[in-house]
Ligand binder design. Sequence first.
Ligand code: PEP
Length: 253
Amino acid sequence: MSNGRRPLIAGNWKMHKTVAEAEAFVAALLPRVATADAVDVAICPSFLSLGAMVDSARGSRVEVYAQNVHYEDAGAFTGEVSPQMLSELDVHGAIVGHSERRELFGETDRALQLKVPKLLDAGLKPLLCVGETEAEREAGDTERKLRHQIGEDLERVPEELLGEVVIAYEPIWAIGTGLVATPEQAQEACAFVRALVGSRSEEAAQRVRILYGGSVKPDNAAELLALPDVDGALVGGASLEAESFAAIVAAAG
Ligand code: PEP
């Protein structure tokens, strides 16, 4: 890309796909994305499928991310998974701060402040999700919300590592609803997120990849991915079928 940022298309499977279903998906996906040389591709399966997906995708262009992580290496945290445990499996990174985790499971900015640098320390790529609710957008609070989330969640990331973080701008009203941000809304918000990173480090702002997420489908992907501050997409529903996910990857190339 002329701006030097490689597009990333990441598929968030949420709580979908057994290991067998995940294996079938990756077998169907790999030949479909084999020639997408200019695009980074990631799938984000459940914790239980991570090992199998890393093995099946090894040697291909497809990376494997977890959907969450804890910020401690080990301890009395029932039900949690540590960065070390992900690294041991050769997982590449983890989504953190998805709106479903924030809304349904009490994920806080305070925890994200610890998770993001911890992932970087462990050599894992953080994919941090931010975005406003419908009520916040209607109240004119989108920028305030993004400023708060980016400020808090990245506070402990040193300037020289800020550019390594991937940020997904996901307006909550567009996730799983079929409602898509207009190109103007997506560009404006992603440019604002980049400017927020730029207030810490201009060099990081030029390097940081900012994805759009929210009902991305094969038929709207090209328009969104062509926006100057959109460096890829975080895809939910349309990442569950190899054909539609590969079509979005093709739209990024
Ligand atoms: C998501 O889960 O991050 C997402 C963007 O979902 P969908 O594409 O289904 O809106």
